[in-house]
Design a protein around this ligand. Structure first.
Ligand SMILES: Cc1ncc(COP(=O)(O)O)c(C=O)c1O
Length: 324
């Protein structure tokens, strides 16, 4: 359901103490399956799977993976079987994203581990098993962050530029939650191709460190190869910041507070793993000079709210003061 809305958010800026004009790009409203950033990637990934005559999609992620949910739902919509490898153990109660995984008819494999390396290995194992049965699996790495998946956000960046131009808004920065790097890589590649537009700042929702930046750089270069363009990447093109050192999926008091403040001030439903962490970082990024310029800031809402409706995250958010 593109283009997704872009709207000014003065109440949100006031509630978070952001002094510059703040706009929100609503990629939580991309459409099918309760939306989110993965819809843009999967449009291209599932397109490639169908072009290659695949008859089954295999992917995975954390126990409450948004990417897994949307692969299950979009796979069902185009009539292709989906196998998901999910972190942790089979739950006794079905909640949040996992409920939708099941309702969409995906075959679920529980990795009994949260380790990304274990999940990736299990995804390959499931694909090999299916291939040995004569099936034609298309493997989507966790997060859908391949150069083809990132193309969704190359297009997304041009969509945003059109909207900013139409609204007459000069935006200096686009801030968003970054994890497997595909969203950011697509946006950065789009900006390099356009030669203009807001700088991209990815808020690392895991522990931080240099890994994400390197991953985004590699992916951008691969996107240029896929597009057949000869472009180079400047050192400043890829900017990331950590989200205060809490690990992936660790709900902090700040995150829980951001979630409720966004809901009460603007009716925005965030999630505690990605979007609330990115929004939490915004005021201190502005104050600390990480967002130079005086133009507007765009917050890209990447979705993820279904995870909030799982016992795990609902209880964490309440425990950390989310209802106060
Ligand atoms: C809601 C949400 N926001 C942001 C991200 C980060 O996107 P990426 O993995 O492309 O960095 C993800 C997925 O990991 C997500 O599910």
């Amino acid at each position: 359901m593109l283009p997704t809305p872009l709207h000014p958010a003065p109440e949100l800026a006031a509630a978070f103490g952001v002094s510059r004009p703040l706009w929100v790009k609503r990629d939580d409203l991309t459409g099918p399956g309760l939306g989110g950033n993965k819809v843009r990637k999967l449009e291209f990934l599932i397109g490639q799977a169908l072009d290659g005559a695949a008859d089954v999609l295999v992917t995975g992620g954390a126990d409450q993976s948004n990417h897994a949910r949307l692969t299950a739902i979009l796979g069902a919509a185009v009539g292709i079987e989906v196998h998901l490898v999910l972190g942790g153990d089979e739950p006794s109660e079905w909640q949040g994203n996992q409920l939708l995984d099941r309702l969409a008819g995906a075959r679920l494999h529980f990795a009994e581990s949260e380790e990304w390396a274990v999940l990736e290995e299990r995804i390959c194992g499931v694909a090999q098993e299916l291939a040995s049965q004569g099936r034609r699996p298309y493997v989507i790495p966790m997060g859908g962050s391949t150069p083809v998946g990132a193309l969704g956000y190359v297009a997304g960046f041009f969509e945003l530029l059109d909207q900013l131009d139409a609204a007459g808004v000069k935006a200096d920065w686009l801030v968003h939650a970054s994890s497997t790097g595909g969203t950011q890589a697509g946006l950065v590649a789009g900006r390099v191709l356009a030669g203009r537009g807001p700088g991209i700042l990815g808020v690392d929702v895991a522990k931080g460190g240099p890994h994400l930046q390197e991953r985004v750089r590699d992916l951008v270069r691969e996107v240029f190869v896929v597009l057949g363009v000869d472009k180079s990447l400047a050192a400043t093109d890829v900017a990331t910041t950590d989200s205060g050192g809490s690990g992936y999926g660790q709900v902090t008091e700040e995150t829980a507070r951001a979630l409720t403040v966004a809901l009460r001030s603007s009716g925005l439903v965030l999630d505690p793993v990605y979007s609330a962490k990115a929004l939490t970082a915004l005021p201190s990024l502005e104050r600390g000079g990480a967002l130079p310029g005086d133009g507007a800031i765009v917050f890209l809402h990447t979705g993820g709210s279904p995870a909030l409706f799982s016992g795990r995250y609902a209880n964490e958010v309440l425990k950390r003061g989310g209802s106060v």
